[in-house]
Design a protein around this ligand. Structure first.
Ligand code: PHE
Length: 473
């Protein structure tokens, strides 16, 4: 079975696919806004330290568990623990989490596609109207956009690892890099662009407090697609000759690089729109930023480059975010699909079909929780707040369970698989790893402060989200 497991065709194929997963909406908007609001260069510094010292070892652990077991995350936890029920539970968590995150990510990807179509059709002026978003997310047109997005995801995943995931990444990722750079070069020529750049880069340590630090860690963790079973699954498609340590470093670098460069696009654009922009005006959420704030900024470009020019820039931006979102969407949905194929010995087509139907139903429930359905809109209440079905998925899986999954993979490596085996696995294909300082660092960190920090983040999130009590500044 392991012998004929699907595999990536090349090292660069894996790197682009994993970077495609990592580079997503979080990089394009989440990161620049978080950096701008939380101390600019100071946030960048903290974020980079977290990527290097906390996220990279976790990523390496996930990829290694995947390649060692050559299984989906449930199979990996199960096989490598001789079917220990506790670890099987961790396995279940790492396939349910991506499925649920796929539900909300799909909804946002569908909105992005809708905005892309509308800006291509020349309706940027409508998109820039602050009331449009609410009408848009509750309109029946979404169904058409949803069908188109689902068809794209289906076609890619149906192609399998090499012909689908890898091929799509090899086309979309270079295209994404080029579009991103082109847009950055363009916005840097705008008036006041450099006020945005300096706002983004000049460190302001006075803004850094406990919650900024914890937000930086969550952002880094999510951005590298950790805790979602994705790196385990993609790692399982690698052969024994591949250099896991080198690939993980490259993926982390690409992801951080793209997030950083996206900031050079967003902030100059914001400041050229209004040089006195108080950052409190920046939307808190990525969603508000993409769907209400940025269209307004793009429309304002018509003063200098005309309506057509402004529409081209907006369309290019939405293609960029759409590509970023699709490659992430593909990676996250591959996790439960791979698990169903493997565990129930089903064909790829059938697994995709079954999970696709469930995904559509769940996404519909999430999609109508912005007003269309009263039941899903006022789904429940906790910590004194009304929560829609969409909010619950976000709070539960994105905010709470991701760090928990990160903690579990560390515990799994330390107590079950053992660090020597991790080193041995990475050392195959990455010669000299076993004696390196990096190896000592990975083994030390993963068995000491990384799990402790992830545990604290988990406890703090639970306290904050469900009991309204923050444990840190
Ligand atoms: N890394 C992605 C981002 O930054 C997060 C993600 C990956 C979300 C895969 C869903 C699926 O947007």
């Amino acid at each position: 079975m392991a012998a004929n497991r699907e595999q990536f065709g090349s090292r660069i194929g894996f790197i682009l696919a994993a970077a495609g997963s990592a580079v997503g909406i979080g990089n394009m908007v989440g990161f620049p806004v978080a950096a701008a609001k939380n101390g600019g260069g100071a946030f960048l510094l903290i974020y980079t330290l977290f990527v290097l010292f906390i996220c990279l070892p976790v990523m390496l652990a996930e990829i290694s568990v995947g390649r060692h077991s050559r299984k989906d995350p449930l199979g990996a936890y199960s096989d490598m623990s001789q079917k220990h029920p506790g670890w099987r539970l961790a396995g279940w968590l790492s396939i349910i989490t991506p499925f649920m995150i796929a539900v909300f990510y799909l909804v946002i990807t569908i909105w992005i596609f809708g905005y892309l179509v509308q800006s291509v059709l020349g309706n940027l002026d409508t998109l820039a109207n602050p009331d449009t978003f609410n009408v848009f997310i509750n309109s029946h047109h979404l169904l058409y956009y949803a069908l188109a997005v689902l068809a794209v995801i289906y076609l890619i995943l149906q192609g399998g690892v090499k012909q689908g995931i890898e091929k799509a990444a090899k086309i979309m990722m270079p295209a994404l890099f080029i579009m991103l750079l082109a847009l950055v070069v363009f916005v840097l020529t705008l008036d006041n662009a450099f006020a945005g750049v300096s706002y983004y880069l000049v460190p302001d340590f006075s803004k850094v407090n406990g919650s900024v630090v914890s937000a930086a860690l969550s952002q880094a963790f999510f951005s590298l697609s950790l805790g979602m079973g994705i790196m385990i699954t993609y790692g399982s498609y690698l052969d024994k000759q591949s250099d896991l340590a080198g690939s993980a470093k490259t993926v982390a670098l690409l992801d951080t690089g793209v997030a950083f460069i996206a900031g050079l696009l967003i902030l100059p654009a914001v400041f050229s729109f209004n040089p006195n922009m108080p950052t409190s005006e920046l939307s808190d959420s990525s969603v508000g930023m993409i769907f209400t704030f940025l269209p307004k900024i793009f429309l304002a470009l018509q003063a200098s480059i005309g309506y057509l020019g402004a529409s081209v820039v907006a369309s290019l931006f939405f293609v960029l975010v759409f590509f970023a979102a699709i490659t992430s969407m593909v990676s996250i949905f591959e996790v439960p699909v791979a698990a169903l194929m493997e565990e129930k010995k089903l064909s790829r087509k059938l697994s995709l079909g079954i999970l696709g139907v469930v995904l559509i139903m769940m996404a519909l429930m999430a999609g109508v929780s912005f007003g269309i359905s009263e039941f899903f809109t006022s789904f429940t209440q906790y910590a004194g707040q009304n929560k829609s079905f969409f909010d619950v998925i976000l709070d539960l899986f994105y905010d709470s369970i991701l760090p928990l999954n990160g903690l579990l993979i560390c515990m799994f490596v330390i107590y079950r698989w053992k660090k020597v085996n991790l080193s041995r696995e990475i050392d195959e294909g990455a010669q000299h790893y076993a004696q390196s300082a990096f190896e000592r660092y990975v083994n030390f960190s993963i068995s000491t402060f990384i799990p402790i920090i992830l545990l604290l983040v988990f406890i703090n999130t639970v306290a904050l989200k469900y009991f309204g009590a923050s444990l840190i500044g």
